[in-house]
Design a binder for this molecule. Sequence first.
Ligand code: GDP
Length: 592
Amino acid sequence: MSAKTIELPTQMTVRDLAQRIEASPIEVIKILMSNGVMANINQMVDYDTAAIVAAELGFETSVERAEDEPEVKENGEIPLWKQIISKEDPKNLVNRPPVVTILGHVDHGKTTLLDAIRNTDVAGGEAGGITQHIGAYQIEHKGRQISFLDTPGHAAFTAMRARGAQGADIVILVVAANDGVMPQTKEAIAHAQAARVPIIVALNKIDRPDANPDFTKKQLAEAGLVPDEWDGDTMIVPVSAKQRKGLPDLMEAILLVADSNEIMANPQGKVMGTVIEANLDKAKGVMATLLVQNGTLQMGDVVLAGKAMGRIRAMFDYRGKKIRSAPPSTPVQIMGLSDVPTAGDIFNVYHNEKDARAVVMQLKLEEDEKKANTAKVSLEDLFSRYKSGETKELKLIIKVDVQGSLEPIMNSLKDLNKEGEIKVNILHGETGNITENDVNLATASKAVILGFNVQADVSARRLAETEGISLRLYDIIYRMIEDIEKALKGMLEPEFKEVFAGTANVLAVFKISKVGAVAGCRVTQGEVRRNNKVRIKRGTDIVYEGEISSLKHEKDDVREVRQGFECGISFKNFNTFQVGDVIECYTLEKNS
Ligand code: GDP
């Protein structure tokens, strides 16, 4: 295959096409425009159109074979780097160091383990190991490199997953052998499994006299991680982070898992990766730690990370040493971005600042558009999403008050699974209130949260609202099961909630022949819209509930009238309003 020949799929977005022909989306949009096709960055173009664009840039094209299509993207859990390398020529792919993240219950030893590993660093060769913290570091074991994400805890992992970035290739689950499997251990397992990231267990604190490795292994097996010594497929490595024992075995396990998971990249390919952390330094400006996941990042590159862009003015490795280029799996700290990006943002490299800036503009537009129609995951629209082929399963997160109610609920829900219908997939079930973590997991995996006899934390509710996550609380088990059963059959009626729009006071009543009576009003709060539902109150009595039939400002029919303005309103089948009546206006929105 000559360098100028590429395969293109039958359909692709403008962004995708641009990536394949190594042009900027703006260049592609310009060529499309000159051929009479108006398209935005997310629009689909067909093969013939794409071939014309590619030809203008000197490419010969052929139709991509079906087996070259990236794997099923059913639940959006294919990590971005896998999607990127699926477009690379396989002969350019090489193994890259695995990127490891450490999860586990609080106090089980995540930080101690990260410090212990950092201090055994032989690559650094410096006494005392690596002292600076940039959110990630690398070590060398038997001549091979391993990159560690240095921010223990689920929040960082989940933030990345929620953005589809997924920086880690392997999860080390730290479980203290004296304490066993705890709620956050289970949560970590759920996170890693939903992201399809392999787990290695570091069975920590084995130095403690009260350590009980066998009991902990039994618990792990019950939680779905069956030790390999019991014919399962989870490696369980006993360690003492405090006494720095068992670390070489852990490194060995990481390399073994890495070898069986095809962790690859094209060092010469399109440069992309993930923002690990970023902050504003008073003296140096924006400092951002990036994990390179494909291609090689160079000094002077124009980087666009999330919506922050800039040219790399200086680049450092995890030891603070100046470097000029960074191949895949390298964490680097860069200077030169004009804004602080968010952890989990994806970064790309552009030919020049003008192109990057144009993309920022486009991203901002897209964001506004997305906000206007966020695809919410709710039980009510489950069936239509199933019919349209958008989903095949209903993912659930279950929170209950006591252990005793968990099993019957999980079993009844599993019993709803029928051949050829939407599959019920319970991602996670445990006791306790609904927290932000549950909502993060739901966001990352597009799940619905069901609560039985529990509350949702205020912060969880707020997050669910902004992320469009459906959160349903029940106090009767059969109601919950019934709702899910109906949702699977597409028979669940949407629930509506009132959303306040505004109020208006009736100041005068006009009798107009033919039209009937019109209420002369002033809008006292919010706004009144022609399509609002209304409730008319006289004192504390409700004298009418219904709809507006006409809304006028002066003589004109209008769609809305804002606070402080006067208007004439008439109502469907009601004209006996009086001066002093208060009109409450609202809309009905689907409860999600
Ligand atoms: P994290 O919350 O998971 O990051 O846990 P830390 O790393 O902060 O550890 C919690 C406590 O457990 C600290 O007091 C550590 O010194 C102790 N610890 C961590 N690892 C070990 C270990 O291997 N053995 C013993 N005995 N204590 C440990």
